[in-house]
Design a protein around this ligand. Sequence first.
Ligand code: DGL
Length: 283
Amino acid sequence: MDTKTENRAAEGGRAPIGVFDSGIGGISVLKKMISLMPEEDYIYFGDSANAPYGDKPDSEVLRLSESVFDLLLSKGAKGIVVACNTATSVAVRKMRGRYPDLPIVGIEPAIKPAAEQNRGGRIVVMATSVTLRRPKFARLMESFRDQAEIIAMPCPSLVEYIENDRTDDPALMEYLMKKFSRFADHPADAVVLGCTHYPFIADKIRRAAGPQAVLYDGSDGVAREIRRRLAEKNLLKDAAADPERKKALERCGAGHSGIGGNIEILNSAGENQIRLTRRLLGL
Ligand code: DGL
């Protein structure tokens, strides 16, 4: 590596990782990233003013995603995680074309591990209507069709329960019970949480799907993938190389508590949603 490249990598290493979702759901992914890379700085943008993306035309989801990219890049993000299945399916390819040098990682329904671990079983994929109607999803489903029975379950309006902090509303449990009632005779072996909001109601989904159902979500893979992509470009923050930072991390118990770097939370809907985000993140 020449000196110029080294300098750029060192500067980039100190920049935050951008993470975004249509709202607060991407926090389930950010949590995994923090536990894998506690020393990193993060900037999270939730577009709650425009949530849900999942019921919008693709062109609108693309336009919204583009403006979030602009925002995160204007704040110096060294890589971007699209912690939203819906925005990933519509926008990630285009964004990679536009920013070929920027590490960009999206999320897709975790059908692969579900199919591999439940061969011959029944797998229900819960996601928004946009995610399920995209060709990307059809291809994903097709490639595992001979390993398991895969059933798509569009869940319109489910995101709103989480966005509006109504996860204790009895109507939510009714919604889920109704959705899963069609599988009463042959319950699902696995349920894929194909929307980053759903891990926040995992206990209720488990109750509706039955105790046999194993839940899968893609956030672990996303966290590992962005770390790999940043490492490849020498853009990870090297805590050990900065003695002051290392001491600060040790003082706050990073690696144990899991939180070491700075986390900036932004939300298009304002303060209430930022408070809810912080609560979900455990801040
Ligand atoms: N968390 C988003 C996802 O993973 C929700 C999309 C929406 O806003 O409808 O798809």
